[in-house]
Design a protein around this ligand. Structure first.
Ligand code: CP
Ligand code: NVA
Length: 301
């Protein structure tokens, strides 16, 4: 063990660590956190895909904790011209206190971790989006209390965000029901991992079946960044739109989440995402607070 605190995926961290991060996040949100604990520290952020929330919330979060950021877009660094991830990791570690990356291939994240001598944070890959789900768990608990034992329904594409929900279901001990179309299911190996860890994660092709009695209904875009098969996805996913009729099958107290960006009339009806059960703006805000908790944990501050 190097002793470096990377934030790569929820399945790679234990429950106590994740709970500690959320406690710090709540303290920062309530103004109880230490004042400027990251003064003098720099976070380098590498974006090989677009971002609004992740980029701005990390940047504002670092500023509010006393630190600063350097943002590298795909065309800004030598990574885009073929410099290796390993060499980039070695060099950035000499300048920065931590590195965040948003990229396609999760192997790049692993390579960055292997060669960085500072913490690496996963800002989304094609395989997962752990920072998002930390904010989502925080948001659920603000609205409905402890998530342990609750029922969460994921409806739509079995994508990167869905995978982090599976990891979270195990670590935070809630039931997760995945409703995905054939061909777009979460990798069965990940569901098998959840079962082996004692989690309660089930998969179905029926959206109606998944949402029955759910305390939280979650969806995401039908076409993720980098997906090439838009027409096929829209065809397969059209029965999985979260609309009022589907929400009516959930618990009367159920809330709705979406990591955003959203496409009204596709994965979610406007009256759901803009309705009284939607907590998507709190969810977006909590990216800021949750990531402050992540940064403070990674940097032992
Ligand atoms: N939810 C999320 O990660 O949004 P961005 O792509 O805007 O960062
Ligand atoms: N599944 C989406 C999430 C965006 C935050 C994507 O990867 O594009």
């Amino acid at each position: 063990m190097s002793g470096i605190r990377h934030f790569l995926d929820l399945d790679r961290l234990d429950t106590a660590t994740l709970r500690g991060i959320l406690d710090r996040a709540a303290a920062f949100k309530e103004g109880r956190g230490p004042h400027m604990p990251l003064t003098g520290k720099t976070l380098v952020m590498i974006f090989e895909k677009p971002s609004t929330r992740t980029r701005v919330s990390f940047q504002v979060g670092m500023q509010e904790l006393g630190g600063q950021t350097v943002v590298l877009g795909e065309r800004d660094s030598q990574l885009g011209r073929g410099e290796s991830v390993a060499d980039t990791a070695r060099v950035l570690s000499r300048y920065a206190a931590a590195i965040m990356i948003r990229t396609d291939d999760p192997l790049k994240l692993d390579e960055l971790e292997a060669h960085a001598t500072v913490p690496v944070i996963n800002g989304l890959t094609d395989a997962s989006h752990p920072c998002q789900i930390m904010a989502d768990v925080m948001t659920f608990e603000e609205h409905r209390g402890p998530i342990a034992g609750k029922r969460v329904a994921w409806v739509g594409d079995g994508n990167n965000v869905a995978v982090s929900w599976v990891h979270a279901a195990v670590r935070f001990a809630f039931e997760l029901r995945l409703a995905t179309p054939p061909g777009l299911a979460v990798d069965p190996g990940i569901i098998a991992w959840a079962a082996a860890e004692g989690g309660t994660v089930t998969a179905t092709e029926s959206a109606a079946e998944a949402v029955v009695g759910a305390d939280l209904v979650v969806t995401d875009t039908w076409v993720s960044m980098g997906d090439k098969d838009e027409d096929r996805r829209r065809r397969l996913l059209s029965p999985y739109r979260v609309d009022g009729a589907l929400m009516a099958k959930a618990s009367p107290e159920a809330i709705f989440m979406h990591c955003l960006p959203a496409h009204r009339g596709e994965e979610v009806a406007a009256d759901v995402i803009d309705g009284s059960r939607s907590v998507v703006w709190d969810e977006a805000e909590n990216r800021l607070h949750a990531q402050k908790g992540i940064l403070a944990w990674c940097l032992k501050s």
